[in-house]
Design a protein around this ligand. Structure first.
Ligand code: GLN
Length: 471
């Protein structure tokens, strides 16, 4: 199995008969057992995965042309994605033992192309967090160094891929939750253009920021999965009605105009080795004939505050539906409706989610709405305006994914403000709705991998992934 780390090698092996889908699933299941202590999965769909594998082996034997484009692909899904008749909790007690009533469009699309879903991965509660420690299931550990966090909120999705328990991790990215764990775990993580993939069946955090994203060890696998998941959906009015991105090419010839932001590179919190790594990447690109230019971007210090004002506002509104009546957990022995709401929510939500509900309701309250929410919307407009200008001139922006390598466990729990500030490089793409990918890098002087991030114009994922391949 060790060499079977890309979709094409697995498909090749299945077609030439050197392996079967049942064997592929068996080896992933073995890996889930060997890595049980990392707390990657909140549920493994073992029996179901084997049954599907068997059916797919028979399908291939009967008619090799009948199998779907993701035949051979085994995927994990983050515990925020609906999969009909399977439990779904967003790692929150408030959802109790809720069972999904339908399947998310993105999940359905990969199932229709013969992917197998191996299980649900742990995450930060309602995708709020950067460490995968804010979860009812207990923290997920980083597979490369168990004393460190895997990042978050799709931390376990990243470890599921990094530890070879599946081929594709399906996560969600509101402000970096796919790219940051990818960087912390040394794999690829991408967030597509806002609206590229339907959000139908994705539990909402910040609806104008949320996008389903992908984690893989190679670009081609990511590219196939992305093109299958993309495309308009009558169930999500914000889903773009544009053609799905084509597959990443091996193009080495195209020369691009690349921008970088000096304020980003000189950020006081940025680890020097990561800065050096990004500079080396830019140097390499110059040598390959691309142009790399510094651009002005004077909104850097507004990114994190704008992101947290707007996402907490949206989150507090989205989470109001968890009232103890319609879903999941309901408090016992209550005397009236008010107490039912209050106690169900107090018992059901964890600390980080409560913090965000409080911030969100504060910035939306009558007295502060204009000072915070309206202001943040205005700043968001400025950010979008500036990014539109940049992408009318440049093909890509290159920047680090994170300021640091994976943190030691427990460090950020004590200091939520530092955790928020660390999102400075990833929230930019979500504020603007742009696609971005984290490309894994390592340095002899760093104990852990890090990521170089590339952002591109809206709906240019094919170009972005081809460029990532070049890199
Ligand atoms: N760390 C960010 C937050 O907590 C990003 C989360 C995400 O992208 N879901 O909001």
């Amino acid at each position: 199995m060790s060499q079977l780390t890309s979709l094409s090698t697995i498909q090749q092996a299945l077609r030439d008969g050197s392996t079967t889908m049942v064997d592929v699933v068996q080896s992933y299941i073995n890996r889930t057992k060997e890595t049980d202590h990392l707390n990657i999965y909140v549920e493994v769909f073992e029996e179901e995965a084997f049954a599907k594998a068997k059916a797919l082996d028979e399908k291939l034997e009967k008619d090799p042309s009948s199998v779907g484009q993701l035949f051979g692909a085994v995927a994990s899904i983050k515990d925020v994605l609906c999969y009909k008749d399977h439990k779904l909790t967003a790692a929150s007690n408030i959802l109790g033992s809720f069972t999904a009533q339908f399947t998310a469009t993105a999940v359905q699309r990969i199932l229709d192309e013969d992917a197998i879903i191996i299980g649900r991965t742990n995450c930060d509660e309602f995708a709020m967090g950067s460490t995968n420690e804010h979860t009812r299931y207990g923290p997920t550990l980083n597979g490369l160094d168990e004393s460190r966090v895997p990042g978050g909120s799709s931390g376990a999705a990243a470890v599921s891929v990094e530890r070879d328990t599946c081929l594709i991790g399906v996560g969600s990215d509101t402000g970096g939750s796919v790219r940051q764990p990818a960087a912390f775990c040394g794999i690829y993580g991408m967030k597509p253009t806002y609206g590229r993939i339907s959000r139908y069946g994705l539990i909402a955090y910040g609806s104008s920021f949320d996008q389903i994203g992908l984690l893989t060890k190679d670009i081609d696998t990511m590219s196939v999965a992305l093109s299958i998941m993309s495309g308009s959906d009558p169930m999500d009015a914000t889903c773009l009605n544009v053609e799905a991105p084509g597959l990443a090419s091996a193009d080495q010839e195209s020369k691009y105009k690349i921008a970088y932001i000096p304020e980003v590179m000189n950020h006081p919190g940025l680890k020097p080795e990561i800065k050096m790594g990004c500079e080396e990447t830019l140097e390499k690109l110059k040598k390959q004939g691309h142009s790399c230019e510094a651009i002005e971007f004077d909104l850097l210090s507004y990114l994190v505050p704008t992101y947290y004002v707007l996402t907490t506002a949206e989150a507090s509104s989205n989470l109001s539906r968890y009232d103890g009546i319609r879903y999941g957990h309901r408090a016992d022995d209550v005397k009236d409706l008010e107490e039912l709401y209050e106690r169900s929510r107090s018992e059901g939500f964890g600390t980080e989610v409560k913090r965000r509900i409080m911030m969100g309701t504060f910035v939306l309250s009558v007295g502060y709405f204009d000072a915070y929410f309206t202001k943040a919307q205005q700043v968001r407009t400025l950010i979008i305006k500036r990014l539109t200008e940049v992408f009318s001139e440049y093909d890509f922006i290159v920047l680090p994914t994170t300021t640091d390598i994976a943190w030691p466990s427990g460090e950020m729990i004590k200091d939520p403000i530092s955790m928020y500030l660390a999102d400075v490089y990833t929230v930019l793409a979500n504020l603007g709705g742009y696609p971005a990918i984290s490309i894994p890098k390592s340095s002899d002087n760093l104990a852990m991998p890090y990521g170089v991030q590339v952002m591109s114009d809206k709906c240019t994922e094919e170009k972005l992934l081809s460029f990532a391949k070049q890199l």
